[in-house]
Design a protein around this ligand. Sequence first.
Ligand code: SAH
Length: 353
Amino acid sequence: MDMRIDIKSLDFEELNNLVLELGEKSFRAKQIYEWLHVKLVRSFEEMSNLSKALRDKLEEKCYLTALKPVEILTSKVDGTKKYLFELQDGNIIESVLMRYHHGNSVCISTQVGCRMGCKFCASTLDGLERNLLPSEMLDEIYTIQRDIGERVSNIVLMGSGEPLDNYDNVMKFLKLISDDYGLNISQRNITLSTCGLVPKIYELADSQVQITLAISLHASNDETRKELMPVAKAYKIEQILKACKYYFDKTGRRLTFEYSLVSGINDTIEGATNLGELLKGINCHVNLIPVNPIKERDFKQSEKEAIEKFKNKLEKYGINVTIRREMGRDINGACGQLRKSYNETKKTKEGES
Ligand code: SAH
């Protein structure tokens, strides 16, 4: 294991301390920070305004994370790009670039795998491998920004992993990515999606971030929710909504509720009525996601008509509802499916050789 310091995960103050320890002046820290977080270099050699001696010292004390793209799929329909990246330890993660009129949005992974066990999700089928470092989450954005040569303006933490299960690293990532002296992506353009780890929602609310919180609700009663999401055994919907109200009071940010519609399980009109009753009065937005079936389970997408009825019912409660537009339909794969099929093919190939 590399015992050196992960330099890209240091905030400016930490980097400054390191530079002073190395017997250098503070302005060097500014230069290094800019190389790392604005110019997005991937080696110390590229830091051309530093002396060779300092670059060598940095190399000896620190290491630089980098992602190796192993596959990039581009949609012919809407330009969506799915990236499969290899981390330095050989693990694979996926990130997605979506191109909207209002800018480029990147969906990042926060863990390798996931331990939450949601039944419809491919990311969690093999459990959690490890947490991603702040630097590795930054690399997802940095590598994509370099690849397209355009600015990334929005981020969603909705790829593989449960962000609040990797809380400290995610908080550090948020600090660095929204830093004035880094890429300076506004926290208001960042959305964090969680399956609902209640104590962490309170912690997030108290941390004074300005990000949008999205809750994966997927059911309007605890029994149905338990069938889809094991985390529902730990926290009741009522507790989650209380935490959401606290988040709104603290941040003033409107909440998003995600609801993946699974035919015959959570897409009934009674379900929509319950949901309307639960959410009325909360400043929120509901995002309906027709479930993306994975081959390991036999969940089916709701019929178009059921989705429309569900939406209309919610709207009667004055709730703002959208149906998620499927991006990159021709290169589709549900959360974590791309990585899973890549790993499976690799295993088969290794078995053959
Ligand atoms: N762990 C976080 C973020 C992960 S996924 C969370 O639970 O919110 C982002 C969203 O996609 C979540 O709402 C998740 O429940 C949903 N999702 C995962 N797999 C899906 C699938 N096959 N079809 C539809 N939605 C899915």
